[in-house]
Design a binder for this molecule. Structure first.
Ligand SMILES: [Fe+2]
Length: 338
């Protein structure tokens, strides 16, 4: 098990800049895997990885799969070939595969993004949709909650660079190419069809609650090939008189579990060092659950004020350099009784 304090990106193409890290220039922290650091140093490294210098707002296209960008902080305008999307804290921004876009900060605060890349499309769970594709009445969100581009964002420039991530001979079969397009890719007259980017704010997700503990699929928000996305939002918790609101110990037999702690207090994680901005990874087969004392503290609680985004992958994950550089080696010891 591991916990880190940065956003973890997948493999990047050699040529493509980390556009999701659009933000303020910052320092890179030291300390490699297994190094011991103070909480302050870890916090600084978190800021480092969340605020890498952007490369002049280049246009970018991920030709491998959709991206889900969770806006952890700041405000931005996502410029796409379909038009603009203004986004802010708590937004999921779904960027379909091969959508040329860039992220332009619109405020003084750094834009912090938890970026999730998949190798397929990202959609709402099938069980929330009718066979015609409309949200059903029991879905925790619906069409009214989605924000889409309204008009093309037309730009007339020449010889425009577009950084493209695609399959190829690079690491893990991923490569990058820079296309120089004679006309700006946003020089369009409009768009038509059934594919477009959209934003959905996590505060518009209506949590489903119950008398006893509701398992994670209850909190699902999206799905993709071999991946499900769940979110835990402020909610009323289990109201059976004998209920213990924090999760039961469990072992994910079929999936790796990645949790991004976005805001609030994490009752089950108290004492683990995890706070807003942390990421934890619980690989398949590893039993895990609340830290010591959490069960007792949760008895009688009526609400949880927590916001977290969870991704369960049904294929093993590999760790990238960001994960190794920010790993908290003491995390696995946080279950020890003091
Ligand atoms: Fe879990």
């Amino acid at each position: 098990m591991a916990a880190a304090r940065s956003n973890a990106h997948g493999q990047r193409p050699d040529a493509a800049p980390p556009l999701q890290d659009a933000g303020l220039p910052c320092r890179r922290g030291g300390g490699g895997r297994g190094s011991r650091t103070t909480a302050a140093a870890r916090q600084r490294r978190c800021a480092d990885f969340l605020c890498r210098r952007r490369r002049d707002l280049a246009l970018y296209r991920n030709a491998i799969g959709d991206e889900c960008l969770y806006i952890h902080g700041g405000t931005a305008r996502v410029e796409t070939v379909f038009g603009d999307l203004d986004v802010w804290e708590g937004d999921y921004v779904i960027i379909p595969r091969a959508t040329t876009h860039r992220i332009v900060p619109t405020g003084d605060a750094p834009v912090r993004i938890y970026a999730i890349e998949v190798n397929s499309h990202i959609t709402p769970p099938k069980r929330y949709l009718s066979r015609y594709g409309q949200f059903l009445e029991h879905a925790p969100f619906c069409e009214r909650d989605l924000r889409v581009p309204t008009d093309p964002y037309v730009v007339d420039e020449r010889n425009v660079e577009v950084y493209i991530k695609h399959r190829g001979a690079g690491v893990n079969g991923i490569s990058g190419t820079i296309h120089v397009q004679p006309h700006h890719p946003f020089d369009v007259v409009g768009w038509d069809g059934c594919l477009w980017p959209y934003a959905f704010n996590i505060s518009d997700y209506e949590p489903l609650t119950g008398r006893v503990h509701q398992p994670p699929p209850t909190h699902q928000v999206f799905e993709a090939h071999n991946v499900i996305f769940c979110n835990f939002v402020p909610r009323k918790v289990d109201y059976h008189p004998l209920a213990i609101p924090v999760p039961y110990y469990h072992s994910n037999v079929d999936s790796d579990e990645v949790m991004f702690y976005a805001a609030g207090d994490y009752e089950a994680r108290r004492g683990s060092g995890i706070a807003a901005g942390s990421i934890s990874l619980h690989p398949m087969g590893h039993a895990h659950g609340p830290q010591p004392g959490a069960y007792e503290r949760s008895i009688g609680m009526e609400t949880f004020d927590e916001t977290a985004v969870m991704v369960d992958t049904f294929a093993p994950l590999l760790l990238g350099e960001g994960a190794f550089a920010t790993e908290d080696p003491a995390y696995m010891l946080s279950w020890n009784e003091n």
